[in-house]
Design a protein around this ligand. Structure first.
Ligand code: SAM
Ligand code: SF4
Length: 439
């Protein structure tokens, strides 16, 4: 979501003639777009500002703006502690960027803009064309969260659940596709809670799937309790909807899920997975896990390992519980740090073994890969298969933006290496067969 936000901030500041640069030394405005989901985010802000200060030691100071969720959560504190910061802009106020920049340019004042103005934000953004030109692009359709899991800052930093208008989203998707996007990932903190005047996520997906030049649709992140029957059916009906579902579970223990206020049990979660698999056997899952949540016993942890082995997630993101200021879980007694670390190492070892076994199974089989860019080495192209696995192939042709059948030769935990099967050239969606069918 921050990547989407950064692109949109750029669309906004372009209007007052700011341009992107990758050269720190020629920057006259520096925007730090931050994430507050786990600790160290604030340290990173101070560290980055240290770098900027060093670069500009004997030069005119650039304007420094901190935006994103750290700005929302710790804005006033940052402004007071670090005089080098000129403005704090919360994630729901970044439509104010130009007003803030022009004010700083004129009056050299400090500004804190952290109101929750999500309606005004999207009303403003709807009038500014999304100029992103990536083959695979993000599109925020929903923001905020009303679920209040006890460990999470999102309801406090991004505010209440808000869904954007379906009509505006179709327009923005068309803009992105006309700019060259072939794949759209619909984003939301609870993307499957999307509901605009009765139009659900599946309705939006059916609508954008009609856009001819759009080849792939993904969405993230889903919450298990919002996974409705219509969305399950969409996975059967729509070939453009990719068969990887990111479905965070957090823990395999019902006691811990209850303590987290997750509102689902392990049994509900497994039932949902089985239902999705029955409906479309090609579907695979990835998930998020929090290890060492307050009160997690050895038995709870074993239940998480059991769930991992049972579902065999093809990818997972696991972190030790990080107490976030202002959340109810931050006040609870922490699991011993050494124990939490040992559990995380063990969990990740099991997760990696499962992932590697899955990946080895792809060797000598064919995958449909959508190529996104050329590597610096010249004739190597980077793309992703239907399950978001990174694939690199060598080719003399320009593969950018193309979907090709690639035979996977080998690979490691992060990348698969393949070769293009030139004799079978899948152009146009209709004739395409999915990875699972051509294997
Ligand atoms: N809304 C999604 C859901 O509930 O499934 C997750 C969105 S959250 C922004 C992304 C992930 O960050 C969560 O799934 C969780 O695993 C992780 N996370 C959030 N707060 C955390 C904390 N305090 N400590 C460790 N991990 C955390
Ligand atoms: Fe955070 Fe997701 Fe829970 Fe909302 S549902 S509070 S975003 S973890």
């Amino acid at each position: 979501m921050n990547e989407y936000d950064s692109n949109r901030i750029y669309d906004i500041v372009k209007k007052i003639n700011y341009k992107k640069t990758s050269l720190l030394k020629e920057t006259d405005c520096y925007v730090l777009n931050t994430c507050h989901i786990r600790e160290k985010a604030t340290d990173k802000v101070y560290h980055d500002i240290g770098r900027i200060k060093k670069e500009f030691k004997n030069k005119k100071k650039p304007i420094v703006v901190v935006t994103g969720c750290v700005a929302q959560a710790e804005g006033e504190l940052l402004l007071n502690n670090e005089k080098y910061i000129d403005a704090i802009i919360g994630p729901q106020s970044y439509h104010d960027f130009n007003k803030v920049l022009l004010k700083i340019e004129k009056n050299n004042t400090k500004i804190n803009s952290t109101e929750f103005e999500v309606i005004e934000k999207f009303d403003t953004l709807n009038f500014i064309k999304n100029s992103n030109t990536n083959v695979s692009s993000f599109l925020t359709i929903q923001e905020g969260c009303d679920k209040f899991c006890k460990f999470c800052v999102v309801p406090y930093t991004r505010g209440a659940e808000f869904s954007r208008s379906t009509e505006e989203l179709i327009k923005e998707t068309n803009d992105l596709v006309n700019n060259g996007a072939k794949e759209i990932t619909l984003l939301g903190q609870n993307v499957n809670a999307y509901n605009f005047e009765g139009h659900k996520l599946s309705d939006l997906i059916y609508k954008i799937s009609k856009i001819k030049k759009l080849e792939r649709i993904r969405y993230t992140t889903s919450h298990p309790i919002d996974f409705t029957e219509d969305l399950i059916q969409a996975h059967k009906n729509l070939k453009k909807l990719m068969p990887l579902i990111h479905l965070p579970v957090q823990s395999g223990s019902n006691e811990i899920l209850k303590k987290m206020n997750r509102k689902h049990t392990v049994e509900d979660y497994i039932d949902l997975i089985l239902k999705l698999k029955k409906n479309n056997p090609a579907i695979e899952f990835s998930s998020d896990f929090i290890i060492g949540y307050p009160g997690e016993t050895d038995k709870d942890f074993e239940a998480t390992i059991k769930l991992m082995k049972e579902v065999r997630f093809i990818n997972s993101y696991s972190f030790i519980f990080s107490p976030r200021p202002g959340t109810p879980a931050a006040k609870l007694e922490k699991v011993n740090n050494k124990v939490a670390k040992e559990r995380l190492i063990y969990f990740q070892q099991i997760a990696e073994e499962i992932k590697m076994k899955y990946r080895k199974n792809l060797f000598n089989r064919n995958s449909l890969v959508m190529f996104e860019n050329k590597s610096r080495r010249g004739n190597e192209f980077f793309g992703r298969d239907e399950y978001l696995n990174s694939v690199i192939v060598k080719s003399q042709q320009d593969l950018n933006g193309k979907i090709k059948l690639a035979k996977i030769i080998n690979g490691n935990q992060s990348t698969l290496f393949g070769e293009i099967k030139d004799e079978i050239n899948f152009n146009g969606f209709e004739e395409k067969k999915c990875q699972r069918l051509v294997s």
